[in-house]
Design a protein around this ligand. Structure first.
Ligand SMILES: O=C(O)C(=O)C[C@]1(C(=O)O)C=C[C@@H](O)C=C1
Length: 426
């Protein structure tokens, strides 16, 4: 897959705190915040998830989720506990203003504005997404949090890190599309990081074919876009007679920006109408997704879980592994079925730590089974006893179980879910 980092005038190299968080070691980086205002977050050096609460990991018993403030406007705490001083060993104590060698003062707790690459606008929520302005993920951020400040990140992983490092308050990430299926990378990242799913939005995705002004279809030798977008438009491109090369790039709007920046007269992008406006491209064809009902589901992630409720429809996402053979999956699913809990999704991913299980049979040889992690979404809130009991039972059969989040279901009608207003509010 080809990939490029579209040149961006408002891009920012590594984003890391100028001072370390009290509870985490310092992340080294080549540069600090480069500019205030609109910034594009590039890679952050290390996995910083360790400091984050592990309250949703169930290892021995079902543990209740701990809930501190769902929003994070104060000093970083770990579920309300202040950070241990021993964790500050990486902070050179005599560099802290106001300290003398006899009586070193602990560093002042950071506030979110200390870590902010951009000025805070009142209580405006900062939402990290993968892509550049005009990406569908940006629209999803606008739908999830109206009037939020959307923070573009060049990779999905960077969006996770932006939240972990307090650069953003939330991340919004696509997890599945009605045509293209699951976005596996994000399922893997959900497990690698300790963020919590706090909501979901479903966004109708309406693709356009974009090119430089004056370019006709016949001049094109390639079409570039995000791999999901290319897959979602495959048949329509063929119907349009565009049997030209397809190239996958990091995001749809980035493809549009790339064409504009490099004045590419032989290349078209699949992207949104907003991307056409932002990067000065013309719309050669509108609504080119193979299915008019093309929808992408995004999840919102935060450092802390939200308090599950029962006064509105909730969904819960879990991931589990087992080591006892194939009948376990049936037993797990029955734990939900017997309690009348509907599953809305099940996805399996290879178990990276233990990809293959060998079963020796002296007579026949050695069977090699693939090992999986199973991701399940079910329609119930963790505040409901039936959901708690189902999970307690699931835990009996599984070697690993983690609640990724219990969150309100997106109940908005699809037709209005991504209005022009949503896009313009960004
Ligand atoms: O490239 C973008 O615009 C994105 O927001 C990413 C993404 C995806 O990852 O699926 C989001 C929605 C569409 O399904 C196509 C692409």
């Amino acid at each position: 897959m080809h990939s490029f980092s579209p040149a961006s005038s408002h891009s920012l190299q590594f984003l890391v705190p100028t001072r370390p968080l009290p509870s985490v070691p310092v992340v080294r980086c080549s540069s600090g915040f480069r500019s205030p205002g609109f910034s594009h977050v590039h890679g952050v050096a290390a996995n910083r998830a360790d400091w984050q609460s592990s309250c949703a990991i169930l290892s021995g018993k079902v543990v209740s989720q701990q809930h501190s403030s769902p929003d994070n406007n104060g000093a970083p705490t770990m579920n309300g506990h202040t950070a241990a001083l021993t964790d500050l060993s990486l902070v050179p104590i005599d560099n802290i203003p106001g300290s003398d060698n006899n009586k070193p003062l602990p560093p002042k707790p950071l506030t979110i504005s200390d870590l902010s690459p951009a000025p805070m606008h009142g209580s405006q929520l900062r939402v990290a997404y993968q892509g550049v302005p005009g990406a569908y993920s940006e629209a999803a951020a606008g739908k999830a949090y109206r009037n939020c400040e959307a923070i573009p990140c060049d990779q999905f992983e960077v969006a996770f890190q932006a939240v972990e490092l307090w650069i953003a308050d939330r991340a919004v990430l696509p997890v599945e599309n009605s045509l293209g299926g699951s976005i596996h990378r994000n399922y893997d990242l959900l497990l690698r990081h300790r963020l919590h799913i706090v909501g979901e939005v479903q966004l109708p995705v309406h693709h356009c074919l974009l090119a430089l002004p004056g370019i006709r279809k016949e001049y094109l030798t390639r079409v570039i876009s995000h791999p999901q977008a290319l897959a979602q438009c495959e048949h329509t491109l063929t119907k349009l007679g565009l049997n030209v090369a397809r190239e996958a790039v990091d995001d749809t709007a980035g493809a549009a920006e790339f064409i504009a920046t490099n004045n590419l007269r032989d290349t078209a992008a699949i992207a949104s109408a907003r991307a056409a406006e932002l990067y000065g491209l013309q719309v050669l064809a509108d609504g080119i997704q193979d299915d008019p009902g093309n929808v992408t589901r995004f999840v919102m992630l935060a450092r802390e879980p939200i308090i599950p409720r029962t006064d509105r429809p909730f969904k819960t996402s879990i991931v589990f592994a087992h080591d006892k053979g194939t009948s376990v999956l049936f037993k797990v699913l029955s734990a939900f079925a017997f309690r009348n809990i509907s599953l809305t999704k099940i996805e399996s991913r290879p178990h990276r730590n233990r990809p293959i299980r060998l079963v020796d049979d002296a007579n026949v040889g050695t069977a090699k089974h693939f090992e999986y992690l199973f991701y399940v979404d079910f329609e119930a809130s963790m505040a409901e006893v039936r959901a708690q009991n189902a999970l307690a039972e699931v835990q009996e059969f599984t070697s690993f179980l983690r609640v990724l989040g219990s969150y309100p279901m997106d109940m908005t009608p699809l037709s209005t879910s991504c209005s022009r207003q949503d896009l313009q509010s960004l």
